[in-house]
Design a protein around this ligand. Structure first.
Ligand code: U2F
Length: 446
């Protein structure tokens, strides 16, 4: 009956790699709770869907039509992503149709996608519904990409002044050319991934809103929202809808329980980044020579690169695991410093736990984030692009025992407290979520 108000139906499309699925799923869960009368169809690969916690009835999980073609066993991570992106427009269209059929023909009223899946806007356009993009990396990264054309005309494709400040871009005044992501003016600017990001920034102005995962207090500066159209900062996403606790399968927490307050170094480089082998060796020697206890999240397959005898020699004061329950680890009183690659989620988690950092950025937005950690926010030390054992020992001592560390700890508490105001009821987080619910919910909630 066409006189009855239609039930809103929001289709969400994940970029099924690294921490991106967990981020957009947090958003989906928060929206599903905030708009109980709407239906939410969440689409990702069958494999990634398996790892997600099941939720209330109005949030339905659907797989992309086929599994990611693996390109044969020799296909690297980049190639797998490229193949996925190539097939993405067809997969999104098929999934949108399947989502409609799955709920008895209720049409999609709003499309939400990871910004990397900007081609979801083709489907939104055909369906004449709004498209909302979620950008999961740091706003620095979005700003830099949004200025790709300016940066290329100013510097060309190879930077000549790698140390030059980016102070002509509002919000990036602290950053330097060398901090930019690969694919903007250096690195492979013609890789499929770089071309996809470039297409994304040209498409983003069409979005009804760009949802940013940010922490109030960490934003580049007050002018940066003016550069982008309708930005809704609503991070940190895992605060918006906390994931169920990450099981401690390898007993990290009991290990931490047996240590003094602020004494343990926690090392983790996110979901897929790895140090170059020679630096992994330096880091291991640095941990050994520093004499401090450590907890290291390091995948089994990389451990063969550790120095010979390292594991045996450090067995009594070090623990190496495949995966740590990071949020619980960072908030454990025994942890004194976080050695991180500066993934945006790790930064949020660290700050929300009053934890100071030693940064070894690897790629993408991580160099800009590491710069901000040290120079903008003053909550850690940037080891830049190379770890040496001596430098590492010095940095660990300065952070754990020196005045530098004390100042950083004071700063991190100040930032966390500022953030908490935004996260409290009626703060900017709930206001922005309300605006997003209104966008994704065009027929009201009655
Ligand atoms: C990409 O970064 P990553 O996915 O590698 O890293 P993070 O954004 O820091 O997210 C890692 C998540 O995995 C969790 C951790 C974070 O929520 O708590 N985790 C864990 O629970 N246990 C472990 O042993 C290790 C990690 C990209 F490379 C970055 O440049 C971007 O900033 C980022 C966001 O788009 O995505």
């Amino acid at each position: 009956n066409s006189s009855l108000p239609r039930r809103p139906h929001v289709a969400l499309f994940a970029f099924p790699f690294a921490s991106h699925v967990a981020s957009i799923y947090s958003l989906a869960r928060a929206l599903a709770i905030a708009a109980p009368s709407a239906i939410f169809s969440f689409v990702s690969t069958a494999k990634t869907l398996e790892s997600l916690p099941r939720t209330a009835g109005n949030l339905r999980l659907l797989p992309y039509e086929e599994e990611i073609p693996d390109g044969g066993s020799s296909a690297g991570f980049e190639e797998v992503i490229d193949r996925f992106l190539e097939a993405a427009p067809g997969k999104i269209r098929a999934a949108a149709n399947a989502a409609v059929a799955d709920v008895g023909g209720i049409p999609v009223s709003c499309v939400v996608s990871d910004a990397f899946m900007w081609m979801a806007d083709f489907v939104a356009e055909e369906m004449e519904v709004p498209w909302v993009a979620l950008f999961t990396a740091s706003p620095f990264e979005l700003l830099a990409h949004a200025h790709t054309d300016d940066l290329r005309s100013r510097f060309g494709i190879m930077p000549t002044h790698a140390d030059e400040l980016l102070d002509f871009i509002p919000g990036l005044a602290t950053m330097r050319v060398c901090d930019l992501s690969e694919g903007i003016i250096f690195g492979n600017t013609n890789s499929k991934f770089a071309l996809n990001i470039h297409s994304m920034v040209h498409r983003l102005p069409r979005a009804a809103a760009i949802v940013l995962s940010t922490l109030a207090g960490l934003e580049p500066d007050s002018t940066f929202h003016n550069t982008l159209n309708l930005t809704l900062p609503i991070g940190p996403l895992n605060h918006l809808s906390p994931p169920p606790s990450n099981p401690d399968k390898e007993n990290c927490l009991p290990y931490l329980d047996s240590h003094e307050p602020s004494s343990v170094v926690y090392v983790a480089f996110g979901t897929f980044c790895a140090l170059p082998p020679a630096e992994l060796v330096e880091l291991a020697h640095g941990l050994e020579e520093s004499g401090v206890p450590f907890l290291w999240s390091l995948k089994e397959e990389i451990r063969s690169n550790l120095p010979e005898g390292f594991v045996e020699r450090t067995r009594l004061r070090g623990k190496i695991v495949n995966w740590a329950p990071q949020v619980s680890v960072l908030s454990h009183p025994a942890v004194g410093v976080f050695v991180t690659h500066c993934g945006w989620n790790s930064i949020h988690e660290s700050i929300m736990s009053d934890m100071v950092m030693l940064c070894r950025p690897i790629f993408a937005d991580q160099r800009m984030i590491a710069r901000a950690v040290e120079s903008m926010w003053g909550v850690g030390t940037n080891l830049n692009s190379s770890i040496t054992r001596e430098g590492f020992v010095r940095a660990i001592n300065a952070v754990l025992k020196g005045d530098d560390g004390k100042k950083m700890r004071k700063r991190v508490v100040e930032i966390r407290e500022r953030t908490e105001t935004a996260l409290s009821p009626g703060g900017s987080l709930s206001e922005n979520l309300k605006s997003l619910v209104e966008l994704s919910h065009p027929y009201g909630d009655k």
